[in-house]
Design a protein around this ligand. Structure first.
Ligand code: 4AD
Ligand code: MG
Length: 485
């Protein structure tokens, strides 16, 4: 972008500061870029920079928007561009007589996703989706997308494979951008809940020497000639920090070499995990319901317009307040068998198994808020789970199933606190003892009852946004058959 030698926009009155945009050049150097506008009168300073989301504060005023051309409708002497700037979209209006010939020509036939800096007057309009329209005054085309190589994602329908292949561009669509904004709010509110409730964030390692959630889904890495693995969960490490700090949480990427190709599985996903010393399963259930309610209520409060963009039914989310229903595994198994007898489920449920996808879907459709299924048979659960003192065949664990058929979003448990029991579990599960010596130390030195859970962010986003697949819940999904872009 050429800059006049005095650093001021063309026609800029001397003595007036120019608005500037900071860009990063490819070399990584900062470049100050005065917004050079094609104003009707080239001596007028460009109006203040605003965002589409905050246009309400500028009604009746002229503003500068920096963004992209999302769409353009042309009707003779009238142009109706739709601009987007990352915070929202707004329709502009430009009449051949209301703008300079230069601006009209620059806008006419402008290609989708060309980057533009536009000035215009904000006008309230009841019919406009955001409540406002922009009467275009000035325009600078920052980069014009050439007709010979048009933006590949048109406003027509595209197949999901095509869109995933162009995910780096697909994220620009208003719907995808709204989902990513809601995801960010879910992550913010989740961390906020723990920060406000006395939890300390401690970050576990991503490179680990051993499995946490079963050895079949590990991604191996060559660690200077030694085998290592990408973490499946930070749990074992935050058990250590919980015994140091009391209440802790971790938040980071986790990896599962899942061969499953379902709408719920990613190979790389983000997990937030609290771990609490002197906490039993009942305490954990209370934590889970308060935590989830806080997240959902925060999204309702802070991302209302995004929920509208994606067409999410707010009433379904407004119902998400404590207490959540609690269901033993035994009771859930009974319900599943009855559902099978009533013809609502194809396959009968075999007591002792973990729930299959259709079972979870059916169970979670029976309630208007997340249902907390607890005390599964120990045999189908992880080695570190504390047995129920009333029936050692059962584990003191919980799966929280989101409503509307979304299934498991949280998995957690009370942890084995006895050294002897943990030691024998490690042997039974044929885990490499040396790699778990440090974990056994937590039972040698000041062991206490403690509990924690993990929530997969993408599963939570899918549920809260009402999406039918987790691939749209993360900027770049990693699945069995996709690692591009
Ligand atoms: O139930 P999981 O496997 O539990 C654990 O990893 C425990 N160590 C957590 C703990 O107690 N601190 O995983 C926890 C959650 C699931 O409920 C689900 O939301 C998500 O992580 N999850 C996945 N999300 C997307 N794709 C996958 N392949 C997932 N596997 C688990
Ligand atoms: Mg689980």
């Amino acid at each position: 972008m050429p800059t006049p030698s005095n650093g001021l926009p063309r026609g800029w009155p001397t003595g007036k500061p120019a608005p500037s945009v900071m860009l990063e050049s490819l070399a990584g150097e900062e470049l100050t870029w005065p917004a050079r506008m094609l104003m009707p009168d080239e001596t007028t300073p460009a109006p203040p920079v605003a965002t589409i989301a905050t246009l309400g504060q500028h009604e009746g005023q002229s503003v500068t928007l920096r963004g992209w051309l999302y769409n353009l409708r042309e009707s003779g002497k009238l142009l109706f561009p739709i601009f987007r700037d990352g915070t929202g979209t707004i329709q502009g209006v430009a009449h051949v007589k209301s703008v300079s010939a230069e601006v009209f020509e620059a806008l006419k036939g402008l290609t989708q996703e060309s980057s533009v800096i536009v000035t215009g007057r904000v006008r309230a309009d009841q019919r406009a989706p955001g409540g406002f329209e922009l009467d275009v005054e000035g325009l600078e085309v920052v980069q014009r997308v050439p007709e010979s190589d048009p933006y590949p994602i048109t406003l027509k329908e595209h197949g999901v494979d095509f869109l995933m292949e162009h995910r780096h561009l697909w994220v620009r669509s208003p719907r995808q951008a709204a989902i990513l904004r809601i995801r960010a709010e879910i992550m913010r509110a989740a961390a906020e809940y723990f920060d406000q409730n006395g939890f300390i964030r401690t970050d576990p390692p991503i490179l680990t020497p051993a499995a946490c959630e079963g050895t079949s889904t590990l991604f191996p890495v060559d660690y200077f000639g030694e085998p290592a693995f990408l973490t499946q969960s930070g749990q074992l490490y935050i058990e250590s920090t919980a015994l140091a700090l009391g209440k802790v949480y971790s938040f980071g990427p986790t990896f599962r070499a899942e061969k499953s190709k379902t709408r719920r599985h990613l190979t790389e996903f983000w997990m937030i995990e609290p771990e609490v010393a002197y906490c039993d399963l009942d305490g954990l259930l209370e934590l889970a319901e308060n935590f989830l309610s806080h997240i959902v209520q925060s999204v309702l409060k802070n991302r209302a317009s995004e929920l509208t963009v994606i067409g999410r039914d707010r009433a379904k989310l407004e119902a998400i307040v404590p207490p959540f229903p609690r269901l033993t595994y035994d009771k859930a198994a009974e319900m599943l068998n009855q559902a099978h007898k009533d013809g609502q489920l194809e396959a009968p449920f075999e007591y002792g198994n973990d729930f299959g996808s259709p079972d979870e879907t059916w169970l979670s459709s029976q309630f208007d808020r997340p249902v907390m299924v607890h005390r599964y048979p120990a045999d189908v659960k992880a080695f570190y789970m504390e047995p129920d003192p009333k029936d050692a065949r059962l584990a003191l664990c919980v799966d929280v199933l989101a409503p509307e058929g979304y299934g498991e979003i949280i998995g957690g448990s009370q942890r084995v606190s006895s050294y002897e029991l943990l030691n024998s579990r490690i042997e039974e599960h044929k885990l490499p003892k040396e790699a778990f010596e440090w974990y056994l130390d937590l039972r040698r030195y000041g062991s206490v009852p403690h509990s924690g859970f993990g929530m997969g962010i993408e599963r939570a986003v899918a549920w809260i946004c009402g999406l039918d697949h987790v691939r749209e819940t993360i900027p770049f999904a990693r699945t069995l058959h996709r690692i591009y872009p």
